[in-house]
Design a protein around this ligand. Structure first.
Ligand SMILES: *Cc1c(COP(=O)(O)O)cnc(C)c1O
Length: 493
């Protein structure tokens, strides 16, 4: 398997592409073909998460030996997860929720970021890299902590995380600023997530800075969802979910299944599309957005336009106007033509807008766009709780609302699975606003106690452990000071 950039650079092996993160030409790595699923559907319900992970990923990561890959998988999906199932499904009425929040930081980013550090350190060994890898990450709240958790004290790596000051939940912020690893830095940026992401991309593209770092023995990589080492592990849980649905008697092997995905940077839903291209019987992919509905508009019109106000919502991990991974879908929809894609991305960076052709739009018919307003999110959390006693977080609620809307409008003949991307404990304030509006809490931990009573699910360790933890990271910087901050973190001046 070889990997090429969506803007032409390449080819590289899997481990080389994972090391690089973002291609030198600014593009994202793509596999040169999609391998067919090597497991008969009827066998899926018997497979553990580990076994499914190995069978799904082995053809993508074919320069890793079987032993290396199984070793990485074993280390990633261990007791950091609070259930052996790793990704269980909960049914609430006629809706099925695939819970991807049982890892160390109680959000779905753990699914890929538990594995990526192991893939990366194995890649360092395989490729005889003699540099220290510097992971630069922009986060809308969840990637940051999941990456810090994954890379903390991993030999040969440093990690610097930038998050929007005031743009993440209090629990998310506390999770990050209490991180202990000696190789970790966390910085609040006076800007929004797109500012952080653009700033990081700029640093990646700074040839002069790269040279300086190279001489000092450093090289950059990315833990953001632009790294192909994030995308591939995410394909696994779609295949696994299909097996679990068979096991639960909800579908039979061969039945079509839809997935509804709360979407921000478009990484999670793109992994579902890869599962479909591999041959998993997936019908529609319902792309659920919050009030920042740039993707909904795109699927409606074929015009991507980020020129609009950035809205802070109750689902901050989806507050994104530039969905980086959409570039991979654009590339596929124009027949893997790097030139066409590069031109569209140039328009995006220059004018914030591009329009695809009708033929390209035809290639996107597997996607159905929908969005939920702030009010609809609260109503959805409240109604799922009132009817079934099940508490969902605001991101998951965006998807649950979109799923309902899709079913009402399109009346599909198959079932769907909603991707549940965060534990309600991570966004307690907005969850309680929906299910217990009269409750007054003095802080986030009192809210957690209240949620425990209402949801009848224990407070996860990720929240309990930060209750009295010391704040270790207090650095802040402006949007234009991110470069200087990286320098300061690495060189101390
Ligand atoms: C990151 C995140 C999303 C969005 O996922 P993308 O892959 O960026 O589309 C949704 N929900 C939660 C809780 C997240 O952390």
């Amino acid at each position: 398997m070889q990997y090429n950039s969506t803007r032409g650079y390449g080819p590289l092996s899997a481990s080389e592409a994972i090391l690089k993160g973002l291609a030198d030409d600014g593009g994202l790595f793509m596999p040169d073909h999609v391998p067919a699923l090597s497991i008969p559907l009827a066998k899926l319900p018997e497979l553990s998460y580990h076994e499914t992970a190995y069978l799904v990923m082995k053809d993508y990561l074919d320069d890793y030996t079987e032993e290396e890959l199984r070793d990485c998988i074993g280390k990633a999906y261990d007791s950091k997860f609070d259930t052996e199932e790793i990704a269980p499904i909960t049914q609430a009425g006629d809706q099925y929720f695939l819970e991807l929040f049982h890892g160390a930081t109680i959000a779905f980013k753990d699914m890929a970021l538990s594995l990526l550090p192991h893939l990366l350190t194995t890649a360092i060994r395989k490729n005889h890299v003699d540099k220290e890898i510097v992971i630069l990450t922009a986060t809308s709240g969840d990637t940051g902590k999941a990456a810090l958790e994954g890379f903390s004290d991993v030999a040969g790596t440093r990690i610097i995380v930038f998050y929007p000051d005031g743009g993440v939940s209090r629990i998310q912020e506390l999770q990050m600023v209490t991180t202990k690893g000696k190789n970790t830095d966390v910085v609040a940026v006076y800007g929004n997530f797109d500012d952080c992401q653009t700033g990081v991309k700029k640093i990646f593209h700074d040839a002069q800075f790269k040279k300086e770092l190279d001489q000092a023995g450093f090289c950059f990589s990315s833990a953001n969802s632009i790294n192909i080492g994030r995308l591939i592990p995410q394909i696994v849980y779609y295949v696994y979910a299909y097996g679990r649905m068979i096991k639960a008697g909800a579908i039979q092997a061969g039945d079509t299944l839809d997935f509804t995905v709360p979407t921000g940077n478009f990484g999670n839903i793109l992994a579902a599309y890869f599962a479909k291209m591999m041959g998993l019987p997936v019908g529609k992919l319902i792309c659920a957005s919050n009030d920042n509905k740039v993707l909904f508009d795109f699927f409606q019109t074929g015009i991507y336009d980020r020129n609009r106000p950035f809205i802070l919502t109750s689902s901050p991990s989806m507050d994104i106007l530039i969905s980086s991974n959409l570039e991979r879908l654009i590339y596929l929809s124009c027949g893997s033509d790097a030139k066409t894609n590069t031109e569209l991305m140039r328009q995006l960076s220059e004018s914030g807008r591009y329009e695809i052709t009708a033929k390209m739009q035809e290639c996107l018919k597997d996607f159905y766009g929908a969005y939920a307003t702030g009010e609809e999110v609260l109503e959805t959390i409240a109604s799922v709780y009132d009817k079934y006693g099940y508490v969902i977080d605001p991101h998951t609620a965006v998807a649950a609302f979109a799923d309902r809307k899709y079913k009402t409008e399109e009346k599909p003949s198959c079932k769907s699975v909603i991707i549940s991307t965060a534990s309600p404990y991570k966004f307690g304030e907005n969850v309680l606003r929906a299910i217990d509006p009269d409750f007054c809490a003095k802080d986030d931990f009192e809210m957690a106690d209240r949620l425990q009573t209402l949801s009848k699910r224990n407070i996860p360790n990720a929240v309990a452990s930060i209750r009295n933890a010391e704040i270790l990271h207090k650095q802040k910087c402006g949007v234009n000071e991110m470069h200087d901050m990286v320098q300061k973190c690495l060189f101390g001046s």
